[in-house]
Design a protein around this ligand. Structure first.
Ligand code: NAP
Length: 259
């Protein structure tokens, strides 16, 4: 029986693990399919306090993990498929079979990338469709790519992709971007970034060798266009990983736990 289990190894989970370990609570930290969380998928982190020159996302997460380990947190790889929170101690089912009981549970499972849910998208993941520019950008050296989204992630990834691609076209469903001013300005100043605003993606077009284009609808005129591209990076936000709680904890309409 565990005193406390932490689910997730993103910044929230590792911060909890550091504090628990330093309080002699011997936390067990369950590490899922994306160890280190979303920051491991990013490049430079400029706004984490304490790093005036910035720090690379994966390095920041490695440091946090080492810090938790230093004070005695233990780590186990696995995916929680079920959690029974109806009686104490709580019971967690890991990878469908192993069971762990714990007096206290800290849920810091973060979120996973959202998809557009349009025809041609899912079947072409890994064939030109990606949700991770830092992981896959390298494969698009000398090619034209599209990034879908108008938030900070889309701006950051668009800039990053210009290291490899000849042109990065931002496709966004509204005429205004959601991204912060500093990120917008940086993207707008980049001569390799072009813009298709007020355009809704409606279909991923692909052939035998993978993606060849993205069909979009111009919202003002209703006309459709196929933008030629070999890579489509989807950067439209994230969905919380709370499905395993199966309604045992109050969540908002998007699935985030109400705290
Ligand atoms: P976000 O801010 O939620 O932006 C998501 C973007 O995707 C929005 O522009 C949204 O359009 C669009 N979108 C959502 N669903 C869509 C759909 N089904 N079809 C087409 N477009 C869709 O997500 P994010 O950019 O991942 O950022 C998440 C958080 O992390 C934000 O708070 C952001 O500031 C932060 N962040 C910060 C940095 C940084 O360097 N400071 C970097 C990355 C992220 P609408 O605008 O029309 O809703």
């Amino acid at each position: 029986m565990q005193k406390v289990v932490v689910l997730g190894t993103g910044p929230a989970g590792l911060t909890a693990a550091i504090y628990l370990a330093r309080a002699n609570m011997n936390p067990l930290v369950i590490e899922g399919n994306e160890p280190g969380g979303q920051l491991t998928l990013t490049t430079e982190v400029e706004n984490f306090p304490g790093f005036p020159e910035g720090i690379m996302g994966p390095e920041l997460m490695q440091n946090m993990r080492k810090q938790a380990e230093r004070f005695g947190a233990t780590f186990q790889r696995g995916w929680v498929t079920k959690a029974d929170l109806t009686k104490r101690p709580f019971t967690l089912t890991i990878d469908g079979s192993e069971q762990i009981q714990t007096e206290t549970l800290i849920v810091s499972t973060g979120a996973s990338a959202k998809l557009l849910e349009i025809p041609g998208e899912k079947e072409n993941i890994g064939r030109g469709v990606s949700t991770c520019a830092t992981c896959d950008g390298f494969f698009f050296r000398g090619k034209k790519v599209i990034i879908v989204g108008g938030g900070d992630s889309a701006m950051e990834e668009a800039n990053f992709l210009t290291r490899f691609a000849t042109e990065v076209r931002v496709v966004h469903r509204r005429s205004e971007l959601r991204a912060s001013k500093i990120m917008q300005d940086r993207a707008r100043k980049n001569p390799k970034i072009t813009w298709s605003l007020n355009c809704t993606p409606i279909e991923v077009i692909a052939g035998e060798k993978g993606v060849t284009g993205l069909k979009v609808k111009h919202n003002d005129t209703g006309t459709e266009e196929i933008i030629e591209t070999e890579g489509i990076f989807v950067a439209i936000g994230h969905r919380p990983n709370t499905a395993f709680l199966q309604g045992q904890i109050k969540t908002d309409e998007t699935g985030y736990i109400v705290v």
